[in-house]
Structure formats: C-alpha cells, structure tokens
Design a binder for this molecule. Sequence first.
Ligand code: BTN
Length: 284
Amino acid sequence: MDKKSSLLHNTATHSLQTLEIHNALRTTFVARTIYLFTSLESTNQTALKIAETSIASSNVIPEGTLVLAEAQTQGRGRLGRRWISPPGVNLYASLILLPKMAIKDTPVITCLAAATAVQAVRACTHLEAVIKWPNDVLIHEKKVAGILIELGVAQKQVNYLVIGIGINVNPDIEMFPAEIRTTATSLKAEFGRVVNRNKLMAEFCNKFEENYIRLLDEGPAPIIMQFRSLTTTLGKRVRVITPGKTIEGWAEDVDPHGALILRMEGQTHEVVHSGDVIHLRNSQ
Ligand code: BTN
C-alpha cells in the first residue's frame, strides 16, 4: 500500500465521531459538548474564540466543551513552534475549562494534562508512555504527544483556560517530515496496530475529569505526586533551553507548583518554570 492509500484506509475505518466518543464517556461534564470540524487552523484558536465570545455575551459555554478537528492548517506547538497536523490519522483536541484560579497556579494544570495523556495512552495500548517535563509524552524516548495550554485572563485571574492536546495516533513514520523522523513516533508505530481515536479521546476525557475533580477537591499535591511517578526526567542529567538561557544540571524534583528543580555544579539549585528539556546521557 502506498502512503496515500494507507492514509485513506485509516481515515475510512476510524473517522472521528462524536457519537462514538459519547458512547465511551463516563464523565459528567468533560466532552459532554463536542464541536467536531473537518479542518481548522488550530483547535486551540477556535476554542479560545468560542470561550471568549461566550463569556462576552454572558451565555457562558459549558465547562468541559471539547473542540476537535480531523486536520489543522496552522497547528500550534509550545514556544511558538508549529504542530504538524495531517488529516484523518491523529488527535487534535482542545478542552475548555473555567477554573477559578490565579494565573500563577496554572502550571499544575500542565502536569495534570500530561499525566492524563500518559494514563489514556497506557490504558488504550499498554505501551510504557512517560512524561518528559513539563508535558511531552514519550514512548521509547520519542515524542508521541504534546500539550499546549492557553489562557484568557482578567485581573490576574483565569477567565478561561484551553488545554490543547495533539497525539500522533496512526500515521506511519514515513509520513513524518524528515526533521522529526528520528525524534517523534506514533502509537501505531509503537503498538503495531491501528488505535481507535474515538476510544482514545474518550479515555483521555474520562481520566481528565477524574484528575481535575481531585485537583479541585484536594489541591495540587496528589497531582504533583502522580506527575513525579510518571515522569522519566527526574534523576537524569538534563539540558534546559529557556527563552533567556541554556543550563545543565541534574533534574532533582518537581516542586509543589510543577516547576523543575535542578541541582547544579557546586550543589546550588535552580528552579525552572518553563523551557525545553533534553535528557542527556550522564557523561554528555
Ligand atoms: C507541543 O509543542 O508539544 C504542544 C503541541 C500541542 C498541539 C495541540 S494539537 C491541538 C491543539 N491545537 C493546537 O493548535 N495545538 C494543540
């Protein structure tokens, strides 16, 4: 089968369907409203617009509304990068939340979303997915999913929050652009079988609601503990590229807000709030 017909095959057998997602949901509010599009510039952009417009018109959208697309033409990644979003094979999803939360407390939502993505992938494939701090999902050290959180704010408080998640589900590795072919992977490539995207989406939503309710009820501690148990960054020597500088050290812990604590030469510590982490071999 050539690349084109294998893509069509996946599309035909596993198109996204709101009914199939709803049938697999165990949630009370997450994904109870779903907007599904054939193609969008970016599901995050559309979700932000839906949330903003609904709040401005005082007809606030239900919390947990999910925006999905079969393809994105301008998928956004972290740190201004693009997210490659071919049609019919992956998940591009944005979940709208309305938490009463200060902006400074939102990094824990990043931890929660990453932990949820790992749990959903493990449940659907039994693959040993793990987190690379802060929110990359890796299988065998290759990236399979990423998360981008964007906020609408008013007076230092969160007005609305959009969790964007992209999961490489069923593309063959040859479909990836050359520049990411050695660093990225898909569930199908690792699992050896096509994964049902509707079931995976529903599983993410089911676990997300559980985790989110626990965060609201018990505060961030249990989520951070769960994050620590699912990340393979801790204990590794790492290089962290932040917008201002690049530093190297030992990833010692994740603090109660989700920041990474690095032990530097001379036993000093640095707390890193955002950046790109590279796992180094211990001698590198
Ligand atoms: C990353 O750089 O790792 C984050 C990637 C996030 C991609 C997802 S796909 C759905 C949502 N819409 C976007 O435009 N981006 C996020």
